[in-house]
Design a protein around this ligand. Sequence first.
Ligand SMILES: *Cc1c(COP(=O)(O)O)cnc(C)c1O
Length: 369
Amino acid sequence: MRRLTGDAESLMQPSNRSVDLVRELYQQGTSYVFAKRPEAIAEEFGFTEVARLASNENPFGPSPQALQEAQKALVSMHRYPDTTYTALISALQEYHGDYSFVTGVGMDGVIETCIRVLINPGDQVTISTPTFSFYGLAATAQGGVISNVLRNADFSIDIPSFISSARNAKISFLCTPNNPSGTVTPLSDIEEILQNIQGILFLDNAYVEFSSEDYRQLMNRYKNLIIGRTMSKVFGLAGCRVGYAFVPDWFKPMYEKAATPFTLNTISASAAVGALQDHEYIEQTISYVKKWRDAFTHEKVKPVFTSGANFVMIDVAPLTGDQATDFFAQNGVLVRSCRSFPGLADHYIRVCVGEEWENIRFLEVFRKI
Ligand SMILES: *Cc1c(COP(=O)(O)O)cnc(C)c1O
């Protein structure tokens, strides 16, 4: 590839291929894989409504209190947001207790900023795989070098291997309940890891509300733990893009220096305050999801993995994940093929709990697979 000379004039020559300006990573590298759009499937196979079970969203619609707070905030959208997001931080402290919090544009935004705080080009980042792909994408973007540590065959963490890799990493990522397998890592395993590494452990708890594990107490005992959370799943605000994390006190001012100014918008931050206060909506979602998750898990058509999240992973062998996903799509159900998850074999799908009719349609099609 031609090298740029830094001579401004040569950059202006029409013969230059502008795309050469782009980092090779983005000319060639991989990107985040999104679920197929339901509209596309509906059109292709003639359904008026498609069961949307591919993106782990909350099927109840937004919480009424979240809607109300967002509407109230609309009248001040000509003003920049409160830089410290005081109302949101207070709502988080009311919900969780007196911890230090940082916020971001989804947990994805929080992950990206944490990596920006810590990683210089060449620094190691350890990731427990197969898992959510964004840790690797964000770390690579910052010049980090990824060390993937494979989970055991049952998707539990290989603790000695994880520790030995994480010892050389500035930050390590572990997702529990894990996306896509649903696996919950016991608190004692997390504690063993924390006791044996110097770097930061980023514990992704996007789905923790649907499990019976609670890792928050660890924040009081370890200065190298960050717990990432999101408003996109149980709180029903995926479209608002609000994430946050429990951080050690020392980390918060560093995070704030590295963060893009005004990341969260006023409307989303206000919706999040309403959602955190709507305990009825949260409890209703959790008990509904657990009921249907049990129903999915007991359907023994194919092996369904025990999950602590609002989805289950299913082994569809001898079909591939893509073949099974096509079969479901032809029958009006959108599920997620797990092919794009690094480190996972190609015969898995992920299905989340949706509305009643969606779950029923899923089970009917599942029995025909
Ligand atoms: C959904 C999800 C997130 C974050 O989602 P945001 O919408 O960016 O808050 C983070 N980690 C995992 C494992 C997820 O599934």
